[in-house]
Design a binder for this molecule. Sequence first.
Ligand SMILES: NC(=O)C1=CN([C@@H]2O[C@H](COP(=O)(O)OP(=O)(O)OC[C@H]3O[C@@H](n4cnc5c(N)ncnc54)[C@H](OP(=O)(O)O)[C@@H]3O)[C@@H](O)[C@H]2O)C=CC1
Ligand SMILES: O=C(CO)COP(=O)(O)O
Length: 335
Amino acid sequence: MKNTADITVLGAGSYGTALAISLASNGHRTLLWGHEPEHIANLKKDKCNNEFLPGIALPDLLIPEADLATALAASNNVLVVVPSHVFGSVLSQAKPLLRDDARIIWATKGLEPETGRLLQEVARDILGEHYPLAVLSGPTFAKELAAGLPTAISIAGTDVNFIKDLVELLHSPKRLRVYENDDFTGLQLGGAVKNVIAISAGMSDGIGFGANARTALITRGLVELTRLGEAIGAQGATFMGMAGLGDLVLTCTDNQSRNRRFGLALGKGLDVETAQQEIGQVVEGYRNTKEVYTLAKRLGVEMPITEQVYKVLYQGGTPHEAAKALLGRDQKSET
Ligand SMILES: NC(=O)C1=CN([C@@H]2O[C@H](COP(=O)(O)OP(=O)(O)OC[C@H]3O[C@@H](n4cnc5c(N)ncnc54)[C@H](OP(=O)(O)O)[C@@H]3O)[C@@H](O)[C@H]2O)C=CC1
Ligand SMILES: O=C(CO)COP(=O)(O)O
């Protein structure tokens, strides 16, 4: 019993811990692995993740674990919640330790650095065809989820039994609604592109623009996401759901979003490095902007907001210049 669990979570930052709390609160024995032994020792000692989720107690069924082999031997259900730039390296570390019956789901939002590949392609490349894969995506701030505030999320993957089991593990009639979705590609892309648009909304607010500009960015950001999604085989309708519109509204409008706060800092005149340091946690949209921009260019998909965010982050442009460029585009039909 000691070494078995219903699910193992890899990544003991804010979201990995929040999902582990949610799973354990549902009555499931949950191992939470983190790569820093000292951090895991603190979780055990404090019964709280003071670094990322201060003030929220860890349930008894949440077991912090510093040894990856022990964590992966404990369960066949493996939930990966590390930043996208280390997703591949964590899977490579996990590969020789995975059980033969392992099933992998991730809540990471992003694309592979440099290549812009979906994480599904990264996972297949590293792990081969043997393991069922799935993704969790949607509007879910870690702090609210961990605090047990009502939340809804979407899930998609390659294996119906795996999805059914995951819904049973995650769904809670009191706290968390989990929607099944059959668009594996769309859910992954939504989670990456919304980070970029949240940066743009933050920049707009940081400059001092108002609700009109923010809403225009959300709406046209949704158009960009849908265009890119359809170009890579996702279903347009997916983006009207949790992993599209849902996550865009959440992260473009609420200051819990690190991507939005990063954009706010840039809009107020901070440079990229200082703005990132100010956030102090992963800002996925910084890298995601490059990946989404590169993917869109490769496919010939027009994404003007993404292009302007890219110019600010990587080509020395300013938020004011980005706004001017977007406003000055040729008049066109909305559809
Ligand atoms: N926070 C949120 O509200 C949500 C986050 N997500 C997504 O979840 C993913 C993780 O984000 P989040 O938890 O918020 O990020 P945090 O910055 O809160 O935590 C990231 C965690 O990953 C750890 N980490 C870094 N490198 C490695 C590595 N090589 N191996 C193992 N662990 C590592 C960090 O450890 P260390 O501190 O030692 O560097 C830290 O514990 C992102 O893709 C994010 O977009 C999705 C939905 C909501
Ligand atoms: O993905 C998130 C909420 O759904 C978290 O957003 P940030 O990474 O911008 O904080």
